[in-house]
Write a protein that binds this ligand. Sequence first.
Ligand SMILES: [Zn+2]
Length: 215
Amino acid sequence: MYYNIHTHSEIESKEVWSLVNANPATIIPISSKHYSVGLHPWHLDAHTLEEAMAAVRQVAAMPYVWAIGECGLDRVCETEWSLQQKAFQMHIALSNELKKPLLIHAVRSHQEVLQWLRKYHHQQAVIFHGVNHKGIDSLWSAGHFVSFGKALLNPKSEASKAIQHVAADSYFLETDDDATVTIQEIYAVAATYRCQSIDQTIQEITQNFRSIFIS
Ligand SMILES: [Zn+2]
C-alpha cells in the first residue's frame, strides 16, 4: 500500500491510502475515505474565525477525520500574524482534545511552530507537510514527522538533500495539490535518493503510518 499523507485530490485507487485535505464547510464525507480538516493560514478571516473553527470542531470529531490541519504559520502570506497565531493555537488545542495528529503548513516559521507546540503542550503526533527548506533536520530531531512531496523532483532542492538521510521512522510522502504527479512516482524518487528499493520505502512508511494512526 502506498500512503499519500497529504492530498487535495479525491481520486480513488486500490493501492493508495490517501489523507484528503477537506474544507470543513463544504465536506461531503464518503465513509471509505480519510480526511484532515482545519483552517489554512492563507484563508483566515478575523471576523469569522470563531464560526469557522466551530465548523472544524464539529467535523473533526467524526471518525472519518484522521488528522487536524492543514494549519500552521506562514510568514509569506498576507494574513495578519496575530490572527494566524490565534488560529494555530486553537488547532493545537483541538488536536490534543481529540487525540488526533496535527498536519502542519509552515513557511519560514518552523522554529516558531516548534515553540508553539511546546508552549501549548501539544502531545499528539505532528506531520510537517511539504517540507523544502534549510533545517528540515531540526524537525525530525525534535521528534516530529516530515512529509516530502514534489520538491523531490528537483534534485537541487532542500527536500532532495534531506530525504537522503532522514531517519526511517520520521518521514512520509505526499502529492499535495499537484495533479501532475502520482504518489507512486514520489515513492520511486524517494527510494532512489535513499538508495533502497521501493518495497523498502513502502515498508518504512507503512510502519510510520501504523505508529501514528493504528495504535
Ligand atoms: Zn496542501
